[in-house]
Design a binder for this molecule. Structure first.
Ligand SMILES: Cc1ncc(COP(=O)(O)O)c(C=O)c1O
Length: 365
């Protein structure tokens, strides 16, 4: 008998298709011999990391011989003050991705189902499949979440419902009143995970930040990240806010040192860097408006987005994507989301967006 690890692995893992990240800049430059490529494919902050975070990291590198504090008290204190919650309501993760993984490990698994929307963030089904949970995908409502249909899809064995607000890759969002109605209707055997990775970018009045709902809805978990507006995607730091009881369960399942020392230090500094956040929002608003107007001028339709990216429709999207790559512009193909005619652009600096538009014009010739 020959050794075949596939026959030994858990079937739930064998069936997984790995997450497809945006093409890294260096990879494109190596493959295409281009030196000044721009990456507008992973919803990163084009302004770079928060400068306060960079300063803090520089001062901390000499202490890397030490393990981080597993419970990250300085960061938890800063987050607790920032959000007006208690430290025991927080769980830190290696990116908010790890929090999503912890949630399915703790609450889902074989014989249990998870509910999510069509076109929602790809990691929800991925982490759920990995633990052997049953997937319940609910049809979208104009690309966004149909919360009433999601409520109706809940079964006796459902333990988690994922709601991305705003959603990636569509940039759609749920209003306070519809989300509140959903929470009120939720049976007590289900936890609602509201993923707020892009919350800082949202400027809509009816958008709920949900923090002051945590008291009223003990089944609510909010996830946030330092990867997007704070510009710290490379450090991997995300967190959840929930009841202390629920947070305690997630904390039992995590690795003792799951968030690294530099990430903890940088996150504390970034959280206080209001000027950077304001500047990032302003740039995003301005460039988002400009890019969308330019798409409209070209007769290209797009899904209205409240986040730092937009998905737009082009014929032969895969070919256009390749032609953009050849010109050193990386956007994200959406075929994996079953949106084969769409490409997703992360708004970059003004010069980067102009370069994208020029490259798009060339690609469409
Ligand atoms: C909706 C959403 N949630 C969560 C994440 C995970 O981000 P991170 O693990 O970097 O915190 C992303 C990243 O793209 C996202 O788009």
């Amino acid at each position: 008998m020959t050794f075949d690890p596939i026959t030994l692995a858990q079937p739930s893992i064998v069936s997984l298709t790995p997450y497809q990240p945006g093409k890294p800049l260096r990879e494109l430059e190596r493959e295409y011999g281009i030196e000044d490529a721009v990456k507008l494919a992973s919803n990163e902050n084009p302004l770079g990391p928060s400068p306060a975070a960079v300063q803090a990291i520089k001062a901390a590198v000499t202490e890397l011989n030490r393990y981080p504090e597993g419970n990250a008290p300085d960061l938890k204190m800063a987050l607790a003050q920032h959000h007006g919650v208690t430290m025991d309501q927080l769980v830190l993760g290696n990116g908010s991705n790890e929090i999503l993984e912890l949630l399915v490990r703790v609450f889902a698994g074989q014989g249990r189902s998870v509910v999510f929307s069509r076109y929602a963030f790809a990691v929800y089904p991925l982490v759920s499949l990995a633990v052997g949970a049953t997937l319940i995908e609910v049809p979208d409502q104009r690309w966004g979440h149909d919360l009433e249909a999601m409520r109706a899809a809940i079964t006796d064995d459902t333990r988690l419902v994922f709601i991305a607000n705003p959603n990636n890759p569509t940039g759609t969002w749920s209003k306070a009143d519809e989300l509140r109605r959903f929470m009120r209707s939720l049976p007590t055997h289900v936890i609602a995970v509201v993923d707020q990775a892009y919350i800082e970018y949202v400027q809509e009045e009816e958008y709920p930040d949900c923090i002051d709902w945590l008291q009223a809805f003990p089944q609510l978990v909010l996830t946030r990240t330092f990867s997007k507006i704070y510009g710290l995607a490379g450090l991997r730091l995300g967190y959840s806010l929930s009841s202390a009881q629920l947070a305690d369960l997630l904390n039992r399942a995590r690795q003792p040192f799951n968030t690294n020392y530099l990430a903890q230090i940088a996150a504390v500094a970034a959280l206080g860097d209001d000027e950077f956040v304001v500047r990032s929002v302003e740039l995003n608003q301005r460039e988002g408006r400009r890019v969308c107007a330019a798409l409209t001028e070209r007769g290209i339709s797009y899904i209205p987005s409240v986040a730092n990216f937009v998905s737009f429709q082009v014929e032969q999207a895969a070919v256009i994507c390749e032609k953009l790559l050849q010109q050193g512009v990386i956007v994200r193909p959406m075929a994996g989301y079953k949106m084969p005619e769409y490409l997703r652009l992360t708004y970059g600096l003004s010069t980067e967006n102009s370069r994208f538009l020029r490259a798009l014009d060339q690609a469409l010739l």
